[in-house]
Design a protein around this ligand. Structure first.
Ligand SMILES: Nc1nc2c(c(=O)[nH]1)N[C@H]1C(S)=C(S)[C@@H](COP(=O)(O)OP(=O)(O)OC[C@H]3O[C@@H](n4cnc5c(N)ncnc54)[C@H](O)[C@@H]3O)O[C@H]1N2
Ligand code: MOO
Length: 565
C-alpha cells in the first residue's frame, strides 16, 4: 500500500474517535495498513476541536475555509475570516481587483461550480458521436451506441437446470437409456454407462409418459417431459429398472423454460450503457459477435512544470510529478483512452506545438493555469484562438480550472482529414490546476462530465448522502471535500448531535465522513477517500445532505466492503 502512517501526524484522537473497534461491522478485519491510512485521514472536521491534535490541513493550507460555526445565510455578508491564511487573503484580493490580469479572469469569467458542471455536460453533448462496430473482444469499456436487443430467446430452448433425470408423467418411471448413433464421443464412453441427454447433444424428440432419462444441466428437454429430478433427489431401483422420487415432483421443476430471461427482440441494455465484462457476456449469450459502440474518447495529457521529477526523492526545490502517474489512470477509469503523459516543462512553444497538433478528443493540461510568470496556459490558448468555455470556477480547491475548445483548424488531424479531435471539431481542453487536489477537483468538475458526453453517455444522476460532521464552508465558493462512506448504525456513528435525517436515529442510512489532509496540495485525504462531497458556500451542519461525486474506483476497491461501509 505504501501509505504508512507518520508517527508525528498520527492524529490519534481523530482515529480513536472513529475506530471504537478495528473491526468492520461485519466483523471482517480490514487490512491493517488500510486501517491506518484511512483512520489517519479519517477525522472529524470541527467537532474535535477540543483536545484534538492540530488539524493537518488547518490553518496552513490554502483551501482551509474559515469557520463560521454555522452555515451563513445567503444574504448575510461573509464575516471576516477568523483565521484566513495568507494565500487565501491573496486570492481574495485578486478577486477584488487589486492585481493584474488574473483578477480580470476571476472577475470576468468565474462561474459557479454548478454552472461549470452544466457547461461541461453541454460541451460533451454538443459533439456528434461516431459509432462503429467492434468485435466483442475489443468492445470492453466502450459505450453502446444502440440498444442491446436480444437476437434470440434466452434460454433458446427448454433446458434442464440440474443434473438428474427428466421424467414424463407420474412416477415411478421406467428408466430409458439414450442411444446416440454415430456419436464418437459417446461411443468412446463405453457401452456400459448411460450418460443420458447431454448439453449440446441431440435429444430424443419426445419422452413417453412414465419414462425417465438421465439428463445433464443445460441439456435440451424432450417434448412431453414435465419435470427434472435432481440426482440427489432420485432413487434408482437397478433390479426393476425404475426411478423413484424422494420428494414430491412439481410440474416444471428444475426446467428453465425457453424465453425465461428474454424473448428475441427484448431490449436488454439501453444505448449509452457502458460495455462491462457482464455486458459482453450478456451480448454473447444473446447472439452477438460484435457491438455497435461509441469509441472511448481519446485524451492527451500534458504535464507542465519545470520543477517536476519523474523519479527519486524531491531535492533542491524540485518535487515529484504526482499528476503524471495519476491523471491517465483516473481518466481510463472514467472510460477514456489515454496516451502516455507528455511532460512539457514550462515551455510555451512546446505547449503551443502540442495543442495545435493533437488529434485527441480532449487535451488535459496540468499546472500553469494561474497567472505566474511561467503559467503559459492562458496566453497560449489566447494565441491559438481557443474558445474559453469555462475560465475559472468558484470552487475550492481548483478555482483556476478551465475548459476550452481548440480551433478546428489548429488540430492536425482535421487538416489531414483523419478522424479529428473531438469527433470532427477541435479538441476540447481541460486545464487542471497544478496543485494535486485542485487537479482532482478539476477532473471531477469538468473532465468527468465532458468525457461522459463525448462517449455518448448520459450525465451521471446526482447522488446525495448525509454528512456525519459539520463541514466548514468557503464564504463564496463550493468546496469539494474528500469523504469516506460509512454505513449508519455503528455505535460510534452519528450521535445525538446529528442534525437531520434518519441516520441520526441509528438507522442504517449511509453517511459520509469528511477526511483531513484535504489541502489543495495534498493527496493523502483523497487517497483514502471514496468520494468528494460538494459543500456549498457557507458550509453545512452535521446531518445535512450533500451531493457526492463518487471516485470511479470506489466500488471496485477490494477493501471497500467491510472497511468503508
Ligand atoms: N496570485 C495567485 N496565485 C495563485 C492563485 C491565485 O488565485 N492568485 N491561485 C492558487 C491556486 S488556488 C492554485 S490551485 C494554483 C494553480 O496554479 P497553476 O495551475 O498555475 O499551477 P502551478 O503554478 O504550475 O503549480 C501549482 C503548485 O502545484 C505544484 N504542481 C504543479 N504540477 C504538479 C505535478 N504534476 N505534481 C505535483 N505538484 C505539481 C507546483 O509545484 C506548485 O506548487 O495557483 C495558486 N496561485
Ligand atoms: O484553491 Mo486552489 O484552486 O489551491 O486549488
Amino acid at each position: 500500500m505504501g501509505v504508512g502512517p507518520s508517527p508525528a501526524a498520527g492524529s490519534s484522537s481523530a482515529a480513536g474517535s472513529l475506530s471504537g473497534s478495528d473491526r468492520t461491522r461485519s466483523g471482517e478485519r480490514c487490512p491493517a495498513s488500510v486501517d491506518r491510512a484511512v483512520e489517519q485521514a479519517l477525522a472529524l472536521v470541527g467537532s474535535h476541536s477540543s483536545g484534538a491534535p492540530h488539524s493537518p490541513d488547518q490553518p496552513h493550507s490554502a483551501d482551509q475555509p474559515h469557520s463560521t460555526g454555522r452555515p451563513r445565510p445567503a444574504d448575510e455578508p461573509a464575516a471576516a475570516p477568523r483565521s484566513l491564511p495568507p494565500d487565501r487573503d491573496a486570492g481574495a484580493a485578486h478577486a477584488h481587483g487589486q492585481d493584474g490580469h488574473q483578477q480580470e479572469h476571476r472577475q470576468r469569467h468565474s462561474v459557479s461550480w454548478q454552472e461549470a458542471r452544466a457547461l461541461a455536460i453541454r460541451a460533451g453533448q454538443a459533439v456528434e458521436v461516431r459509432a462503429g462496430r467492434l468485435p466483442l473482444d475489443q468492445a470492453l469499456g466502450h459505450v453502446l451506441a444502440e440498444p442491446l436487443v436480444a437476437l434470440t430467446d434466452l434460454p433458446s430452448f427448454d433446458t434442464s437446470a440440474m443434473d438428474g433425470w427428466v421424467v414424463s408423467g407420474p412416477g415411478p418411471w421406467n428408466i430409458r437409456e439414450v442411444a446416440e448413433a454415430g456419436d464418437k464421443k459417446r461411443a468412446g464412453a463405453g457401452p456400459s454407462r448411460d450418460l443420458g441427454i447431454l448439453a449440446g447433444r441431440s435429444t430424443p424428440a419426445t419422452l413417453p409418459d412414465g419414462d425417465a432419462v438421465r439428463i445433464a444441466t443445460g441439456a435440451r428437454i424432450p417434448a412431453e417431459a414435465n419435470a427434472v429430478i435432481r440426482s440427489e433427489h432420485a432413487h434408482v431401483d437397478e433390479a426393476k429398472g425404475l426411478l423413484h422420487a424422494k420428494h414430491q415432483v412439481l410440474p416444471g421443476q428444475d426446467i428453465r423454460p425457453r424465453g425465461q430471461e428474454c424473448r428475441a427482440g427484448d431490449q436488454l441494455m439501453p444505448a449509452g450503457a457502458l460495455v462491462t465484462p457482464a455486458v459482453l457476456g450478456l451480448a454473447a449469450a444473446a447472439g452477438y459477435d460484435a457491438l455497435v459502440v461509441v469509441p472511448r474518447p481519446r485524451v492527451d495529457v500534458l504535464v507542465l512544470g519545470d520543477e517536476l521529477l519523474t523519479g527519486g526523492l524531491p531535492h533542491d526545490g524540485l518535487i515529484r510529478d504526482a499528476l503524471g502517474p495519476m491523471i491517465g489512470p483516473w481518466l481510463r477509469a472514467l472510460g477514456a483512452e489515454v496516451s502516455a503523459p507528455q511532460r512539457l516543462g514550462d515551455d510555451a512553444a512546446a505547449l503551443r506545438r502540442v495543442l495545435t497538433t493533437s488529434d485527441a478528443d480532449l487535451v488535459i493540461t496540468t499546472g500553469g493555469t494561474a497567472a505566474g510568470p511561467v503559467d503559459h496556459v492562458h496566453p497560449v490558448l489566447a494565441e491559438i484562438g481557443a474558445e474559453l468555455l469555462v475560465d475559472g470556477v468558484a470552487a475550492r480547491p481548483g478555482h483556476p480550472m478551465l475548459l476550452a475548445r481548440l480551433k478546428k483548424e489548429t488540430a492536425a488531424a482535421v487538416s489531414s482529414g483523419s478522424r479529428g479531435g473531438a469527433r470532427g471539431g477541435g479538441p476540447y481542453l481541460v486545464g487542471l490546476p497544478g496543485n494535486p487536489l485542485a487537479a482532482v477537483s478539476g477532473l471531477l468538475t469538468l473532465a468527468e462530465p465532458l468525457l461522459r458526453g463525448l462517449s455518448g453517455r448520459e450525465p451521471e444522476a446526482p447522488y446525495r448522502a448525509l454528512v456525519r460532521d459539520e463541514v466548514h464552508g468557503h464564504p463564496h465558493d463550493t468546496r469539494l471535500v474528500p469523504v469516506v462512506h460509512r454505513a449508519g448504525g455503528r455505535s460510534n456513528g452519528p450521535g445525538s448531535g446529528y442534525g437531520g435525517g434518519g441516520a441520526g436515529t441509528g438507522s442504517s442510512a449511509e453517511y459520509v465522513v469528511p477526511l483531513h489532509y484535504s489541502g489543495p496540495a495534498m493527496l493523502r485525504g483523497v487517497a483514502a477517500a471514496d468520494g468528494l462531497a460538494v459543500v456549498p458556500p457557507g458550509g453545512v451542519r452535521s446531518g445535512t445532505e450533500v451531493e457526492i461525486l463518487d471516485l470511479p474506483w470506489a466500488s471496485a476497491m477490494p477493501w471497500t466492503e467491510g472497511c468503508f461501509t
